[in-house]
Design a binder for this molecule. Structure first.
Ligand SMILES: Cc1cc2nc3c(=O)[nH]c(=O)nc-3n(C[C@H](O)[C@H](O)[C@H](O)COP(=O)(O)OP(=O)(O)OC[C@H]3O[C@@H](n4cnc5c(N)ncnc54)[C@H](O)[C@@H]3O)c2cc1C
Length: 320
């Protein structure tokens, strides 16, 4: 691969996994990302002096998988920690049970720190937005042309579609915006912790407002009185142009479900237009000529681990 110059667009888990696999095979790889920092939907934002996870809530890693080896390494180095295997279950009024599942992993410094770790040693250029994929490589928003032997688009399908020329064969395969669901994540800080210490998180069913509530202080391990609530896709869709508008309804639902007597002291809303696919492709990635697409929309069931697995598989396929 030593004479191959490959451009990976997207420094989320999928793009970083693809880049690592290609570099390991000897290719010259550059990663371009339009964000200020790597991580994509592994997103931790500093709010009130501490990072809060506003994107993915946690990681899961199927035992024996290649991704499990990555997570084990993060745990061994103290970057990730096993968080919990149990969440509460609620309806729109109150909590009424719990549900046990696989171990969920969190990160003391926020999940984005794990993407930063994967990016170490790679040639990653932030604030580099790719406008389109050309026959010779990619063209950036500022008209810069970067020649490449192959291009990996590691992002949600609806975002990848916009970068392809009309008539590109991958447009037949990639999902459209309406196939993906939005979420608005709302970080809520209280003066002190006013919910059970073993809450961890809450799956909320049959609520028009929230689908999941995470105890951010618990998962990060600093005990901060901070929760992050994710809206339902229906509520998010109505407010994508003004995410702050959901805050009063979300505060009301969280207070009601958890029985919190007082208002939060600060709130912050973040919009995810493409939070997750309604259904992922069964195939692990798409590859046509010199253009590949990877991400959590591939590999059967969307998750952060699926994104890494898809990128890793595409990187190894291109290397082969
Ligand atoms: C609210 C929310 C909650 C979630 N909860 C969980 C959870 O609990 N557990 C779980 O496993 N998963 C969860 N997920 C999903 C998880 O975050 C994703 O599966 C995973 O992070 C996707 O990684 P990716 O690399 O496929 O895409 P992304 O992380 O979206 O990365 C795509 C990257 O491409 C870049 N990009 C896009 N367009 C361009 C362009 N034109 N030029 C340059 N760069 C570009 C973006 O800046 C971004 O960095 C959640 C997601 C959200 C939004």
């Amino acid at each position: 691969m030593s004479d191959q110059r490959i451009t990976v667009v997207g420094a989320g888990l999928a793009g970083l996994a693809a880049a690592r696999a290609l570099v390991d095979a000897g290719a010259a790889v550059r990663v371009l990302d339009r964000g200020r920092v790597p991580g994509g939907r592994l997103a931790s934002r500093r709010i009130d002096e501490r990072p809060v996870d506003l994107g993915a809530s946690y990681l899961t890693a199927p035992e024996g998988s290649r991704f499990a080896a990555i997570v084990d390494d993060w745990v061994a180095r103290g970057l990730a920690r096993p968080w919990t295997d149990a969440f509460r279950v609620a309806d729109d009024e109150r909590m009424h049970g719990s549900s046990t599942g696989p171990i969920r992993y969190a990160a003391p410094a926020g999940l984005r720190s794990l993407a930063v770790d994967l990016a170490a040693g790679l040639d990653v250029r932030q604030q580099a937005a790719v406008a389109r994929v050309t026959a010779d490589g990619v063209e950036l928003d500022d008209d810069e042309l970067l020649a490449s032997d192959a291009v990996v688009l590691a992002m949600p399908d609806p975002q990848a579609r916009r970068r392809l020329e009309p008539g590109h064969p991958l447009l037949e395969v990639l999902q459209r915006p309406e196939d993906w669901e939005p979420v608005i994540a709302v970080a809520l800080r209280w003066p002190e912790r006013a919910w059970p210490s073993d809450l961890h998180g809450v799956f909320v069913n049959d609520s028009p407002t929230v689908g999941f509530i995470a105890d951010d202080g618990d998962r990060r391990g600093d005990g901060a009185p901070v929760l992050v609530a994710h809206t339902t896709p229906t509520l998010a869709r109505r407010h994508l142009d003004d995410p702050d508008a959901v805050v009063p309804e979300v505060v009301g639902a969280v207070r009601r479900i958890l029985g919190i007597a007082v208002e939060p002291v600060s709130t912050y809303a973040h919009r995810w237009t493409f939070a997750r696919p309604a259904a992922a492709h069964d195939e692990p990635f798409a590859l046509d000529g010199g253009v590949g697409v990877a991400g959590d929309g591939w590999g059967g069931k969307a998750s952060a681990g699926a994104a890494w697995t898809s990128g890793d598989a595409l990187g190894r396929a291109l290397s082969a």
